[in-house]
Design a protein around this ligand. Structure first.
Ligand SMILES: Cc1ncc(COP(=O)(O)O)c(C=O)c1O
Length: 368
């Protein structure tokens, strides 16, 4: 049996007619950038996140960079975040000339450890970017409390956490701004690149609208130096259809995670941990074990694609070698990066497929 890590085809086929006609509408109107389809989607996504405003942009990396700019973070400022994330979180900080300051993760949730934030705050610290990694919210209450005390902005990196909950709050509704990616494999994925920033602050939303389109509200009148980070109409159209299914798809992911948990219970492998405060949306279902590379190879030979999110924490990436961070700087992130393995996970995954994956893992463990 061949089981991919992500299967976008199955989902497309299940909603093909709606998607095709939404894209056809864009083609018929020949209005390809922003416009009604994007506005409609922004309204729907803001409602999903319980946020007052949503500004659609061209990808999640831009969402983070524009959110930092809109919140007034500048060159020379320090922004606290986690080294165990996709590099885009740190890149966005670096691209505006600010410096990422890393704080290690909690070993169970893989999200930033709030206990370790305080010691990294300096006079230059201006913001915290917690990442809701793999679809589980970071522990936001203590983070928001620290931010309030030290007058720091909070930007949620919710790129992997559409429809996730922290207590009764939606991921993306708690920070000064929150950033989403709609990369095709995400829980809510476009058919190309797309992203969004949500905020409850009208002024920040206005600034984001300016930043994403060359600082202009009126064509060729530029109020600030902006950029071109607009969402394409085709992506707005696709997302506008797909968002209707996000709750159903979220529940399916959660059921699949539960099923994997049951099938792998006896394996002795560390399974994903769902914090009491969280509704995990399992963008990634990650297990942990010492001989992860051997298991990955074994699964590959058996037709199962497993992924590694992420093999090297950001502070040890070549791109960040200028920071001079050595191995051992963030021991939890480094340990987790060496042991983590993502199993196939998507709403359309069948029980038979999960049984095949789990049987292969259990065979490996027996013979290891
Ligand atoms: C945690 C995290 N932050 C930021 C991003 C960047 O999003 P994009 O790929 O849409 O630029 C991603 C997406 O891959 C992500 O997983």
């Amino acid at each position: 049996m061949q089981i991919p890590l992500v299967d976008l085809k199955k989902q497309y086929l299940s909603i093909k007619d709606e998607i095709d006609s939404a894209i056809q509408e864009v083609l018929d109107n020949t209005a390809f950038i922003l416009g009604k389809k994007v506005e409609d989607f922004e309204g729907k996504f803001a409602r999903l996140c319980n946020a007052k405003h949503c500004v659609g942009v061209n990808n999640g990396t831009s969402a983070l960079r524009l959110a930092l700019l809109a919140l007034g973070i500048k060159a020379g400022d320090e922004v606290i975040t986690t080294p165990f994330t996709f590099i885009a979180t740190a890149e966005a900080i670096s691209h505006i000339g600010a410096s990422p300051v890393f704080v290690d993760i909690d070993e169970k949730t893989y999200c930033i450890d709030p206990e370790k934030i305080r010691e990294k705050i300096t006079k230059k610290t201006k913001a915290i970017i917690p990442v809701h990694l793999f679809g589980q919210s970071a522990d936001m209450d203590p983070i928001l409390e620290i931010a309030k005390k030290h007058n720091l902005k909070v930007i949620e990196d919710a790129a992997q956490a559409h429809n996730a909950l922290y207590k009764d709050k939606k991921a993306g509704s708690m920070g000064d701004a929150s950033c989403f990616s709609f990369y095709p494999g995400k829980n809510l994925g476009a058919y190309g690149e797309a992203g969004a920033v949500c905020t409850n602050n009208k002024e920040i939303a206005k600034e984001l609208v300016l930043l994403r389109q060359h600082g202009e509200l009126t064509r060729y009148y530029h109020d600030i130096i902006g950029d071109n980070c607009r969402m394409e109409a085709i992506q707005g159209a696709v997302l506008g259809v797909k968002i209707k299914y996000i709750e159903e798809w979220t529940e399916k992911r959660r059921k699949n995670a539960e099923h994997y948990n049951k099938l792998l219970k006896e394996s002795g492998i560390a399974l994903p941990y769902e914090a009491d405060y969280a509704r995990h949306v399992y963008h990634i279902y990650a297990i942990r074990l010492k001989n992860r590379d051997m298991l990955r190879e074994f699964l590959g030979k058996n037709g199962v694609s497993a992924g590694i999110h992420y093999p090297i924490p950001v502070h040890l990436q070549k791109a960040y070698s200028f920071m001079g961070m050595k191995k051992g700087s963030f021991p939890v992130s480094e340990k987790v990066a060496g042991e983590i393995l993502s199993l196939p996970m998507y709403p359309e995954l069948s029980e038979e497929q999960m049984e095949y994956v789990s049987n292969s893992i259990n065979d490996f463990i027996k013979n290891a």
